[in-house]
Ligand binder design. Structure first.
Ligand code: CAP
Ligand code: MG
Length: 415
């Protein structure tokens, strides 16, 4: 029998093994605690320790995490591979982002970043398409893909929703997108919305000669989501949208299994992410959430507008770089910029985060003085100008829809 205490989870000479998950935490210790004590408690409570000395047998300590690096308010913790159930994201998060976020031993604690080892990372499917949606499912290999959410967010009838889709698609938009809080309400039922929108989509494809699709929101209970994904596939849709934070990672993993069979891409909306990541010294960073989403297999995820839009963002460019980066051969993820965007912001957005992105504009399309179709054309024109490196004002001189948008919104960030 061996006695284990918090101190056994701290070793500043420890070298993590290649198959260990390494997590970076930002820690503000409680007033009566130093970083070493706080670090040992983080490693203990997030693996297999607790506050009381335990008498344990054999190699139970093989499952113990180790706080092996402290630098200012940052600690690094290494987790043995055997601690985790491979392929089970809720279990992994219950370790690295579980009880430790509520410990009295720390005033504040934030899971900032993770270094995912091959055995654990490859136990997850990863994205089916990632950025290749641009060429495999759409005709946007050389430019940002565009999406629009009909506004108002909810309350439109199915007819109105599908009509707006048609006007946006024929104006140059690639993807119609449901809002995060539109699912199967009585005024706009999922099944009717799906079929009617795809009918208008087919019409728009016919007229424009461009591939078009629909980010239909399948969020619901576990079974509802699987039924809705299957219905989307049967109806000929190429994408589904999931509110990944509110639905939960277990649900995302289940949806990923069906989309694999049906060849559908997953658009991840991150509603509620700010509850985790907005306070900079506590919670779970958007970077860590994006990593989890990639492993679970989403193809797109909202990562912000590089501070150009109406919502607070955490390091859009840095998170996007990680989503593009090699992860043991796993597909990348297409970042979606959304939230207060309009044509006037596109040149700066592309300057800041490039063109291997998606651009979603709801108010920035449907708020256009001449309506949805003109708004869609203006957004597409702003993207064409940015991709071709033409000054947007100059381009607007020969593109009236863009001219009208710039006259209305200029290049201001809405509040
Ligand atoms: C944008 C949006 C998106 C947010 C999500 C909205 O609408 O539909 O849900 O962009 O935030 O409801 O606000 P607008 P994020 O285009 O009309 O602003 O992308 O930061 O996750
Ligand atoms: Mg929305």
């Amino acid at each position: 029998m061996t006695g284990i205490t918090y101190e056994d989870f701290l070793d500043l000479d420890y070298e993590p093994a290649d198959d260990e998950l390494v997590c970076d935490f930002r820690v503000t210790p409680a007033s009566d605690m130093d970083m070493e004590s706080a670090g040992s408690r983080v490693a203990s409570e997030s693996s297999n320790g607790t506050w009381a000395e335990l008498q344990v047998e054999g190699n139970i300590t093989d499952l113990s995490a180790t706080c092996f690096h402290i630098d200012g308010d940052r600690i690094r913790v290494a987790y043995p591979d055997a601690l985790f159930e491979h392929g089970n994201m809720p279990q992994v998060l219950s370790c690295i982002a579980g009880n430790i976020l509520g410990m009295k031993a720390v005033e504040r604690i934030r899971l900032v970043d993770c270094d995912w080892p091959e055995p654990l990372a490859t136990s997850f499917p990863g994205p089916q398409y990632g950025t290749s949606v641009r060429s495999e499912l759409l005709d946007a290999a050389d430019r940002p893909i565009t999406a629009t959410v009909p506004k108002p967010k909810v309350g439109l009838s199915t007819d109105q929703h599908a009509q707006i889709g048609y006007e946006a698609w024929t104006g140059g938009i690639d993807l119609l997108k449901d809002d995060e809080n539109l699912t199967d309400q009585s005024f706009n039922r999922y099944e009717d919305r799906l079929y009617q929108s795809l009918e208008r989509r087919d019409q728009a494809e016919e007229e424009t000669g461009e591939k078009k699709s629909y980010l239909v929101n399948v969020t619901g209970t576990g079974d509802q989501m699987l039924d809705r994904v299957q219905m989307a596939a049967d109806a000929g849709c190429e994408f589904v949208m999931v509110d990944v934070v509110t639905a939960g990672w277990a649900a995302v993993q289940q949806v990923r299994e069906v989309t694999e069979e049906e060849g559908l891409a997953i658009h991840a909306h991150r509603a509620m992410h700010a509850a985790f990541d907005r306070v900079p010294d506590h919670g779970v960073s958007m970077r860590a959430l994006a990593q989890v989403a990639r492993l679970c297999g989403v193809d797109h995820i909202h990562t912000g507008t590089a501070d150009l839009g109406k919502l607070e963002n955490e390091d859009t460019a840095g998170i996007n770089e990680w989503l593009y980066s090699d992860l043991h051969g796993m597909n990348d993820v297409l970042p979606m910029a959304s939230g207060g965007l309009h044509p006037g912001l596109v040149p700066e957005l592309v300057d800041r985060i490039g063109t291997n992105i998606g651009i979603q504009a709801g108010g920035g399309v449907h708020g256009h003085p001449d309506g949805t179709h003109a708004g869609a054309k203006a957004l597409r024109q702003s993207i064409d100008a940015a991709v071709d490196g033409i000054d947007i004002e100059e381009y607007a001189d020969t593109h009236p829809e863009l001219r009208t948008a710039l006259d209305k919104w200029g290049t201001e960030t809405p509040r």
